[in-house]
Ligand binder design. Sequence first.
Ligand code: SF4
Length: 103
Amino acid sequence: MQISRRRFVIAAASLASTTLLPTESRADATAVSETDPTAQALGYKTDATRVDKAKYPKYVAGQTCTNCQLYQGKPGAPSGPCPIYGGKLVDSKGWCSAYVKKT
Ligand code: SF4
């Protein structure tokens, strides 16, 4: 009985460390630069009010990463991961042409 409990504890600790790893990597994630090739291709701006409205007419004032379906940041956080940029951090007030309105 004690051996199986020990195994359980070891397995649980191992699982916990594996589960926590992605969170730690996220904390180390770098911010997406506007000069990043993908960012340039998609017109990413760290401040949505600076979006080139002539080039991206689909942009509507008020759209930001915070209310984009792809944004993975926590509510109130200044930035969060975005899968479009491989999980790098995008500014919560940012925008790019991959924007999908959160429903
Ligand atoms: Fe922001 Fe959405 Fe573009 Fe990602 S896909 S940068 S969350 S607007």
